[in-house]
Design a protein around this ligand. Structure first.
Ligand code: ATP
Length: 370
């Protein structure tokens, strides 16, 4: 099938949300969201269970009314009482018609649109071929594996050539191996078809693997929007730093503020830093990724150093994860390969100051105990 998405205009975002809120009774599930998605982007809504990802997706798809705010797809307002004409949705549980064959499921939307029979056949054959389903065309969903069923659901959505495909944890029901394989297929499909994907997951690795842009959500709000690299390297808050990848978060205090530079005092030392710091004595959070902490004997001379005791050690294949007790502060260290150290051993460690990130927010007690 030759991918022919609807004509995209670069000036109009495919999806635009302004001040979108949604309440269920007293509970605010979506709390004033602004988001623009450019045509052809793979955008992922990432966050823990209950943060409002699915509700946001359902609002974009026209399955749910927003209580306030503006929702547009392809420049047209979206109503909450009928599926939008530019969007199609793919669900975690596939939602296939069990009494229809694969071919029947995929052709369903085109039949509803009353396309000529010959055109339906051409389109269905092409998309089944594209998704490697030709040999399964006459099977029923119950005769297929989870991965195959999800491919049918994708084929059924893509065959109608929507402008925006909405995917709600579509790989959530698959085992790890199949999930990885389907991630590759999804990315390739999105590239081939050139349409916008808005994807919902709570799995940060999946989000990093698939997305051009990640939207990190928490309690109905957007915490940060950025590329996977921006989100990982420059998290906007302790919450994002901790949710996307593992990190060490240390409570710190600004001391010696002079213009753009200052020192940050923490339980494991005092560090120079620069950037938009608020004021002397302001409470901040210092983040350092486990892979950015080096340990003896391979410490280069330019590192700032400290000493700790090995609290735990776990060999995880590609790397070893160590918990280091530094005067009562627990530091997680991730280092390649195996190590000849025992629990209780003293261990020197080091880091580069540029790998420390000073986040302008005090840690909550929950974050401190992570
Ligand atoms: P998950 O990954 O678990 O699906 P999510 O981030 O997609 O989580 P939503 O499904 O959007 O979260 O739900 C956000 C919040 O709104 C949750 O606390 C949920 O219980 C609540 N909620 C969602 N739909 C309804 C509803 N129809 N009625 C009442 N509360 C709802």
């Amino acid at each position: 099938m030759s991918p022919e998405p609807e004509q995209n205009s670069t000036s109009v975002p495919d999806v635009s949300l302004r001040g979108v809120t949604k309440r269920f009774g007293q509970f605010e599930a979506v709390a004033g969201i602004d988001l623009d998605v450019a045509p052809g982007q793979f955008v992922t809504l990432l966050g823990p269970s209950g943060c409002g990802k699915t509700t946001t997706l359902r609002i974009i798809g026209g399955f749910e009314w927003a209580d306030s705010g503006r929702v547009e797809v392809a420049g047209e307002p979206v109503r909450g009482d009928e599926p939008g004409r530019h969007t199609r949705m793919v669900f975690q549980n596939y939602a296939l018609f069990p009494h229809m064959t694969v071919e029947g499921n995929v052709a369903f939307g085109l039949r509803m649109d009353k396309l000529p029979k010959a055109e339906i056949k051409t389109k269905v054959d092409a998309i089944l071929k594209n998704l490697g389903l030709t040999d399964h065309a006459s099977k029923f969903p119950g005769q297929l594996s989870g991965g195959q069923q999800q491919r049918v659901a994708l084929a059924r959505a893509l065959v109608t050539q929507p402008r925006v495909l909405l995917l709600d944890e579509p790989l959530g029901a698959l085992d790890l191996k199949m999930r990885k394989r389907m991630q590759g297929e999804l990315k390739a499909l999105q590239r081939d078809f050139g349409i916008t994907f808005i994807y919902v997951t709570h799995d940060q690795e999946e989000a990093m693997n698939l997305s051009d842009t990640i939207v990190v959500m928490e309690k109905g709000r957007i915490e940060q929007i950025g590329t996977p690299e921006e989100i990982y390297r420059r998290p906007a808050s302790p919450y994002v730093a901790n949710f996307v990848g593992e990190t060490n978060l240390l409570p710190g205090k600004v001391t010696g503020l002079a213009g753009e530079t200052a020192s940050i005092s923490t339980s494991i030392g005092v560090f120079p830093t620069h950037g938009a710091l608020t004021s002397e004595n302001a409470e901040v959070a210092v983040s350092i990724r486990p892979e950015n902490i080096q340990i003896a004997p391979s410490l280069s001379s330019d590192l700032r150093r400290g000493n700790g005791l090995v609290h735990s050690k776990a060999f995880l294949g590609a790397f070893t994860r160590i918990e280091l007790d530094v005067n009562g502060t627990m530091l997680i260290v991730s280092t390649p390969g195996t190590l000849d150290i025992a629990i209780g051993d003293p261990l020197e460690f080091g880091w580069r100051d540029e790998d420390l990130l000073c986040l302008p927010a005090a840690l909550t007690p929950k974050e401190e105990s992570l």
